[in-house]
Structures are given as C-alpha cells and as structure tokens.
Design a protein around this ligand. Structure first.
Ligand SMILES: *Cc1c(COP(=O)(O)O)cnc(C)c1O
Length: 389
C-alpha cells in the first residue's frame, strides 16, 4: 500500500501508554469525585489532538479544552463526543456552529456574553458557556481584582441571566502556580482566594455554576485545595514540565531521527553556516536529517547533545533548516541508519528547553507538520499521521 511507504527521516513517537499513565496519575491525585479536563489545544501540544482526545475519551476523562473553534471542530469531525470547551475567543457569527457541534464557549466579558446571547436567540437555541474570571493572569476574563470586584460580580451575574446562554462553568487561570518560591505561592493563593470570593458573591445572588475549575498542571502538583470540582492540566498529561518527576509522569513524545551520513573531517574544519564550530581534532561528523523546519530550534546550535544507544553525541555548528551535524568521534560504534533521540525518554524535553532558554511547551508545539507522528501502545505501532499526505 502506498501509505505504508514513508521515509524514516525524523519522526515523533507518541506513547499512548504514557498518556494513559499520566492521566491515571492525575486521577489518583484528584480522586474519583473531581472531574478531569484535558487541555488538547495546539494539536495537543504537538502530540495530535484527535489521537490524544480519543485516548482521553476511552480513559473516561470528562472534558477537553482547545483554543479555537477550528480546533474544536476538528475533534468533532473525527467523532469525539465528549464535552469540549473553547478557551479563546469565537466571534458571535459562529455561535450557530458552536451550538450545532455542541461546544462550550468561554465568556470573558459582558459585551461578548451579550453578542453570544443575541446570536443564540436568533437561532432559537442555547449556548453553553464557562465564565472566565481574571484573578491575576491579566489576559482574558472579567477583571476581578481590587476595586473591580463588584463590577465583575455584577457583570457575571448579568451575563448569566441573558437568554440563550446556559452557564455551565466558571474558571480562572494561574500565572505562577508552577513556581516554588514563596512570592509565587502567595500570588497563587491570592488568585485562588479571589476566585472563591467571586463564586461566593455570585452564589449569594443565586448565580451558581455546575463546574468550577482553575487547576493547571502547576497547581495539580502543588495546590490540592484548588481542585474544586474539575482540574484542567495540559503539560502534565504529556509528561513534561516542572512536575513530571514529582508526579511520576512519563514523557509521551520522543522526537527521533537517524544518522544519514558520516564523514571524517580533518582538524581545523569549520562546520556548517556561520563557521561557529571548528574541529580541534580529526573528527567523525554525522549528518542528521533534522533541522529548525522540523522544530529543532536553531538557538540550540552548539548547545545540546542527542541521545544515542552508545552515549550522548554533541551537536556541532549551526542547526540548518533540514540538517544538523553531530560529533560521533567518541562513538565509533554508531553507523549510518542508527536511530538517535533528540528528546523523549532518554533526554527530557525539559533539559533541552533549559539549554535553549525556553519551556518544554514551546519545543513540543514546535515539532512541525512534516514530522510524522507514530502512535504506540505496548511499544507497538497502533496509528500514524503523515501530515504531508
Ligand atoms: C494552556 C492552558 C491550561 C493548561 O496549562 P498547563 O500549564 O499546560 O497545565 C489550562 N488552562 C488554560 C486557560 C490554558 O490556556
């Protein structure tokens, strides 16, 4: 079959057992009564939203969240039936699509609530909404800090009373819940207490919400008191981030490539664009068919090593668009065709993120469209996405 022919150039293995394990670890942490919303925005942080969504549905997770209606629609078109919440903005004109696809929408201001209400009324249906409260992230949401408290409560109560809207949930987002210093802890606790005060004030006006959620991955590990009745982790599901070790999570993604060519370069040879590395000795230099167009950030040039079956091999010279050079002088066993791991089970994406001055989220999301995703269960391939098809 034609689709069986694909080049083992650079690929990402997605271990669905790790997704399941990480979900179960969170389940253990939150107990049976708290609901679990899995954040699968940005193609499930590069892992493939449909496959991760299906796995979460199979595992009995309660909700999914995405950032836009396009992402939500993709999940519905691929048969995912579980509730989906859009965290970002959707224009009022698309409310009929939200209703048709049965998708919940975050509402971050009264004017948006009014637009959604009008749109829902004109198609004679109702839209499920989750009210977003800004308690200190200063991004989306009804501003609730300080003197804005009263107007937030009034605005939210008004929004929830509008016809055509069904208030399904209320949520907020933490800015520093993944940091361990005292200042961050105080800030997170302040955000949480403000969120609770908003909910209480609304309850006094008879405005209640079936779902109350604020726990991202950082809070999942550090602040059990914030679980309320639903948690909302992303990175923890993928087994990366600050708390991967603390929560005994498994990395779900392994980015792999193979050695395509090996050449002997004399001492004093400049490697790659910009001549940023010169060999100090006669060197065995391998070429990896992976570059920044695959998501390997160029800022990692000369900074990182890749994992090989015989030890770590340091990158030499600049990472190019499609290729990268690696020093195999001390690893004579390695030959053309051998597999190397850029990040994954042997080298944590967290390590690379630190070397590159970024966060694991960015490295995982950066793995580009041309990199096939290979899905594994019990080490065996169970699915494959070649985005170039
Ligand atoms: C991305 C996102 C999350 C998940 O954050 P993690 O740090 O990956 O756990 C949760 N809530 C909102 C609103 C988000 O945008």
């Amino acid at each position: 079959m034609e689709e069986d022919l694909w080049l083992r150039r650079t690929w990402a293995e997605i271990d669905l057992d790790a997704i399941a394990h990480n979900y179960e670890q969170a389940r253990k942490q939150i107990g049976p009564k708290v609901k679990y919303l899995g954040v699968v925005k940005a193609d499930a942080y590069g892992h493939g939203a449909v496959e991760v969504g299906r796995e979460l549905e199979r595992l009995g997770a309660d909700y999914l969240a995405v950032s836009s209606i396009d992402e939500a629609r993709q999940l519905r078109r691929h048969g995912i039936k579980m509730p989906i919440l859009i965290l970002g903005h959707t224009p009022g004109e698309m409310v009929p699509d939200l209703i048709r696809y049965g998708i919940d929408q975050a509402v971050s201001s009264l004017s948006k609530a009014e637009a959604y209400s009008a749109a829902a009324m004109s198609c004679g249906k109702s839209l499920r909404i989750h009210i977003k409260v800004d308690t200190g992230m200063s991004r989306l949401g009804f501003l609730a800090r300080g003197e804005h408290f009263q107007s937030a409560v009034e605005g939210i109560a008004h929004a929830c009373s509008l016809p055509g809207l069904k208030a399904e949930g209320i949520f907020t987002h933490f800015a520093v819940s993944d940091a361990d210093d005292g200042d961050s802890e105080a800030y997170t606790k302040e955000q949480f207490s403000l969120f609770c005060r908003v909910i209480d004030a609304l309850a006094q006006r008879g405005c209640t919400f079936p779902l109350r959620h604020c726990t991202n991955s950082g809070a999942l590990a550090r602040y059990p008191e914030t679980y309320m009745n639903m948690v909302r982790p992303g990175i923890a599901l993928y087994g990366a981030g600050e708390d991967a070790q603390r929560l005994d999570l498994w990395p779900a993604m392994s980015l792999k490539t193979t050695i395509s060519t090996i050449k002997i370069q004399e001492a004093g040879t400049d490697i790659s664009y910009g001549r940023t590395f010169r060999t100090a000795r006669r060197s065995r230099i391998g070429v990896l068919p992976v570059g920044y167009a695959d998501g390997l950030m160029r800022s990692l040039s000369n900074r990182m090593s890749v994992w090989t079956g015989y030890g770590m091999a340091p990158l030499r010279g600049r990472i190019c668009m499609d290729m990268t050079m690696v020093d195999l002088t001390d690893l004579p066993e390695l030959t053309v065709g051998d597999i190397v791991e850029i990040f994954g089970q042997h080298q944590s994406v967290n390590t690379l993120a630190e070397l590159g001055g970024t966060i694991p989220y960015e490295l995982m999301c950066a793995v580009s469209k041309r990199v096939p995703r290979i899905y594994l269960k019990e080490g065996k391939e169970v699915g494959r996405i070649l985005n170039l098809n």
